[in-house]
Design a protein around this ligand. Sequence first.
Ligand code: IPM
Ligand code: MG
Length: 361
Amino acid sequence: MTAKIAILPGDGIGPEIVAEAVKVIDCLRGEFGLDCELEQAPVGGAGYEAAGEPLPADTLALAGSADAILLGAVGGPRWDSLDRPLRPERGLLALRSELNLFGNLRPAILYPQLAEASALRQEVVAGLDIMIVRELTGGIYFGEPRGVRTNSAGEREGFNTLIYNEGEIERIGRLAFDIAAKREGRLCSVDKANVLEVSELWREVMEALARDYPDVELSHMYVDNAAMQLVRAPKQFDVVVTGNMFGDILSDCAAMLTGSIGMLPSASLDADSKGMYEPVHGSAPDIAGQDLANPLATILSVAMMLRYSLGQGELADRIQRAVGSVLDDGLRTADIHTHGAERVGTRAMGDAVVNALRAGA
Ligand code: IPM
Ligand code: MG
C-alpha cells in the first residue's frame, strides 16, 4: 500500500532542511522500493502568510489523512508580534492536539564521531543514549481553565492548570514501558510528587503499570533532581517518561549534552503509531536561506518515521548507517564543525547522505 506522507516545511531553515530529507526519501523510493507519495502544505508563519492562520484547514486535513507527517520547524521574529492565537507555535500545538499525538519520543544520542562537540567531559557523555518520552497533548500546556483575569483586588493575574487524568498517564506510561522493554529495561519516571497532587497520581499509575512489565525496572525522580542528574551523570538514564512541561525542559537539557542539537530527531505518535516527525531544533531564522543549517536531524527524523509509522525498520537502519558514514568521512556542517573536519553546507550534507545510501545498497 502506498504510504502518504505530509510534508510541512514551515519557517526559517525548515524548507532547506526538509528539502534534503525529501532527497533522501526520493532516493529510497527510486532505489530501495519505498512505496510512498508526498504532499506539501504550509504551517506556522508560512501558514499565516498563505491562509491567515498558523494551521490552515487544508494543512490540518492533509495531516489528518496522511500516514505520517514530516515537519521542518516553525516560528520567526516576523510573526512574534501577532496575537497569540495567530503565532506559528500555535500551529504546532494545534497539530499535536488535533491529531492526538500524545507520545513524544526525543532521543539524546551522542555520536562517537562528535564526542568533542559536547560541553561536558568526554567520560561523562561517551556512549550516551537516552530516550525521553514526553507527554505531548495534556498537562499544563492544554489544561483549563487558563487565562489572564483581574482579581478582586483589581490586580491582573495569569493562571494555567496542570491536570492529568489516569487514562492520559496510563497511555504515555505504556508507551514508555514498551520502549524501555526493547532497550536496556530501565525506566525513570520524572515528576514533582513532593509538591504536586497530579504527580502523586502520576506515580500511582506508573507503579500500577509496572506490574505488567516485570522485565522493566521502574524508578522515580523529582524533576529538579533529574535536571541535576542529567548534567552530573547522564548515562544512568535509559528511558525517561514525564509530563508535557517537564519533558519540554528536560529534553532541551538532554539535547545539549550531546553538543549537537542539529543531530537530534523526534517523533510524536498517536495511539495507532501514526506520527509527526521533526528535528528537535527550531527554525533558526538567523541562518535561514544561507545553506548553513544541519539537515541531519531532519534526515534522522525520516529514519524514525520509517521505523515507527511505516514499518520499514530496515530502511531506517540504512539511513542511520549512511549518516554514520558521512560523519566518519569527516563531513560537518557549521554547528558540529571542529578543527580539521571538512565544512559543508546544507545541500552538500544532504547529497553526501544520499550518496552514502546508494553506496550502501
Ligand atoms: C518543543 C518546543 C515547543 C514546546 C514550542 C515551540 C511550543 O519548545 O517542541 O519543545 O514547548 O513544546
Ligand atoms: Mg521545547
